[in-house]
Design a protein around this ligand. Structure first.
Ligand code: G3P
Ligand code: CA
Length: 255
């Protein structure tokens, strides 16, 4: 992890871990990301039928495991019985879906000093009360690292804000609509995390967010170069090694 300076430094967040080299949102991917000079890990959180918080991207297990079905309709035992590594490469057999509790334990054991970016996946499935549940779990670990929360669902961000005025909150957006800016004005969140394609096509749509931008998913050389040259505060990327190398070239070592 690098020491942040005030004169131009962009934090790198590994998107679902280092998912280019290992199955996304699994411990091999988190371990792989932490081998690089990154600043943060991004994860996605859903909830099982029996109320357990699990780290997966999609609403269903179909794409990233050998099973089928919606997470919300499966118990933790159902999910834990699945192989979450085999879809990627045969060299990750037996990899299971982590729970949020297991992941927070892993960070504690690693003495993690970066930032944890938790995406709350309430944009397609309503998980009633998941915001308070996640916050309670994170708080119970008394993290010594910074935790940020993001969601495409503005109501989820509003709920987090109601729960704790001091949380670091970010809205995931494809396009920054007037509603997004209105909710930001009201204090529901500070940062915008825009799709890099939207930011490239219509940068003026984002001017009023000032420098509070961390785009995703920034993987191409020219995109990374642009973001680092602009010294945006953060970038969310699949291409961990490439991002670290390009940042070093453009911004130096950040010390
Ligand atoms: O962190 C930003 C990014 O994760 C948002 O999109 O679909 O990859 O969760 P998605
Ligand atoms: Ca995500």
């Amino acid at each position: 992890m690098k020491k942040q300076t005030t004169n131009g430094y962009t934090e790198i967040f590994a998107h679902r871990g280092y998912r280019v080299v290992a199955p996304e949102n699994t411990f091999p991917a988190f371990e792989a990301a932490l081998a690089y000079d990154i600043d943060g890990l991004e994860i996605d959180v859903h909830r099982t039928l029996d109320g357990e918080l699990v780290i997966m991207h999609d609403e269903t297990v179909d794409r990233t495991t050998n099973g089928t079905g919606f997470i919300k309709d499966m118990t933790l035992n159902d999910i834990k019985a699945l192989d979450a590594g085999i879809y990627k490469e045969p060299k990750f057999p037996g990899t299971t879906v982590p729970t949020l509790r297991e992941f927070l334990t892993f960070l504690r054991e690693k003495n993690f000093t970066g930032k944890l970016l938790i995406e709350v996946k309430t944009d397609h499935v309503a998980y009633d009360g998941i915001e308070a549940q996640i916050l309670a779990m994170v708080t119970s670990f008394e993290p010594t690292y910074e935790v940020l929360y993001q969601s495409f669902n503005l109501a989820t961000l509003r709920e987090f804000r109601k729960l704790d005025k001091t949380l670091s909150l970010a809205a995931l957006v494809s396009w920054a609509t007037p509603r997004v800016y209105w909710r930001r004005f009201l204090g529901d969140f500070t940062y915008l995390h825009p799709n890099i394609k939207a930011l490239e096509m219509r940068p003026r749509y984002f001017w009023s967010a000032g420098r509070h931008l961390r785009p995703w998913t920034v993987d191409k050389d020219n995109q990374l170069e642009h973001v680092f040259a602009q010294t945006l505060p953060g970038v969310i990327t699949n291409e961990v090694a490439k991002a670290v190398a390009i940042r070093e070239k453009i911004q130096g070592d950040g010390q």
